[in-house]
Design a protein around this ligand. Structure first.
Ligand code: GDG
Length: 458
């Protein structure tokens, strides 16, 4: 077996700084094993992009950076990826902004990237492509004669067939997906949607091994819920909390990129409902919402920021007193270690997206808790994490009454029940951490039998 080659829209930092969260932590060990390579976009785009990958050697793995012209990058990333695919795949077809130059840029980037990758990969390398920005890559690589096994993991949700068909290029997207050897999803929900889309669009047939027969070949599908470094995050929280005073009031916490999929206005409306119906809690609880900016060049993101700031101001104006601010809102990213401590010292974690592939904050909140006096997780039924975390208080994020009720249940939950729920959540997480996720995907990719529909090995 050759190297593991990871491909994503953004490459990790060349010097290893900023490796503390997310994918890099998840994949580092697997990459370090056999001299792995990570190919991803350079942090800055340039008017004179390099015609080849720019290689950097890190101690743990190699990095190959690709550069794009700023206009092409905008149309591919802010345009097609985040103004067409992101809203559509999150079920927000009302927010899709279709411009012909966006789709052209998306294909152009995949085509160019494939040519760069084809120059460097060998047949026995294992290629793992990440996320919606790069769906056409396997198609482009195969057209160039690349023989490596290619897997794809979708970090965000795949919606149902009707919603999927709102994307003008939905047939192409389905075909491009079918060119992978293995497609991984966060949830059974998304996997079911893929099966349905393949059946309808490409006459896919589900086989007894769970793979689909499509256009003369077999595509493997699987559900691989992503996770976090559970032990590492628990330690970060526990060690940081030693020298941090507990907040003066029981705290509710929310931590989300400021994105319309995260249900932030709905969460604040739910909190407002709670305050309306629970006067006894006035002055006795506070909500800390951390919502760092993201993609703020896209109009829909400007709108959600205005809406959230308006609501936070409204709640504070309506309920606040000289001594009490019901909502603390921070529109900035905080360091990861500070977040871990804030999670640990918050009585309730509010994770209420309208639609989310997984939602790592839900897992981080649970991992950060003090097992002897844990807080309570309130979790949207539409977060992928809900499939694995039934011991959370599961809510409908569209129903403010439901959120209000869950907040009050969480705040009043007896210690015994909090411990019981937390124990169950934590022990599941311990057995399903990020290493488990990575190993499960790669094991499946390596073992995919590459058969054509007649059962003949390719
Ligand atoms: C996509 C999918 C899927 C947030 N604010 C700060 C900060 N964060 C960190 C969180 C968490 C991460 O960012 C966010 O991860 P999520 O999973 O919650 O959401 P997305 O960014 O939308 O990620 C999602 C994920 O991919 C992985 O597959 O779960 O469904 O949408 O780790 O803690 N980190 C720091 N400061 C902040 O202010 N340091």
């Amino acid at each position: 077996m050759g190297r593991l080659v990871i491909i994503s829209n953004r490459a990790p930092s060349v010097d290893g700084s900023g490796d503390s969260g997310g994918l890099v932590v998840a994949l580092k060990d697997a990459l370090a094993k056999d001299g792995g390579l990570w190919i991803g976009g350079a942090p800055k785009q340039t008017d004179a992009p390099s015609p080849s990958l720019i290689f950097h050697h890190r101690q743990d793995f190699d990095i190959g950076l690709f550069e794009l012209e700023p206009k092409l990058y905008r149309d591919y990333y802010l345009g097609y990826s985040n103004s067409v695919l992101w809203p559509a795949l999150h079920g927000r077809v009302d927010l899709i902004d279709v411009q012909p130059c966006y789709a052209a840029a998306y294909r152009e980037v995949a085509g160019r990237l494939a040519r760069l990758i084809a120059e460097t990969v060998r047949d026995d390398d294992l290629i793992w492509v990440h996320d919606y920005q790069l769906i056409p890559l396997a198609h482009e690589l195969k057209a160039l004669g690349v023989k490596s096994r290619i897997g794809f993991f979708l970090h965000i949700p795949l919606p149902d067939l009707q919603t999927f068909k709102a994307i003008p290029d939905w047939r192409d997207l389905a075909r491009w997906l079918a060119d992978y050897d293995l497609i991984g999803f966060q949830t059974r929900r998304d996997l079911g949607h893929m099966i349905n889309i393949f059946r309808h669009t490409l006459r896919g047939e589900l086989r007894s091994n769970g793979n689909m027969g499509i256009a003369g070949r077999e595509v493997a599908l699987g559900c691989f819920p992503i996770s976090i470094n559970v032990d590492g995050f628990r330690r970060l929280a526990a060690e940081g909390a030693v020298n941090t005073p507990a907040p003066s009031l029981p705290r509710l916490i929310g931590v989300d990129r400021l994105d319309y999929s995260k249900g932030l206005p709905q969460r604040l409306v739910g909190y407002q409902k709670f305050l309306e119906s629970h006067a006894a809690f006035h002055g006795k609880v506070s909500l800390l919402q951390i919502a760092p900016p993201t993609r703020d060049d896209v109009d829909a993101y400007k709108a959600i920021r205005t809406e959230l700031e308006h609501l936070a101001g409204h709640i504070n104006g309506r309920f606040g007193t000289v001594d009490w601010t019901p909502v603390q809102y921070i529109h900035r990213a905080l360091p990861r270690d500070e977040l871990a401590v804030l999670f640990r010292l918050s009585r309730v974690g509010l994770v209420t997206p309208l639609f989310d592939g997984m939602n790592l904050v839900a897992k981080e909140y649970v991992a950060a808790q003090d097992a002897a006096d844990p807080g309570v997780l309130v979790l949207s039924q539409f977060a992928g994490a809900a499939e694995e975390m039934p011991e959370a208080l599961i809510v409908n994020p569209h129903d403010p009454q439901d959120i209000a009720q869950a907040i009050s249940t969480a705040l009043e939950m007896p210690l015994g029940e909090r411990i019981e729920r937390h124990d169950a959540l934590y022990s599941h997480l311990q057995d399903h951490d990020v290493d488990h996720w990575c190993a499960a995907f790669l094991k499946r990719l390596v073992s995919v039998e590459r058969l054509d529909v007649d059962g003949v090995a390719r």
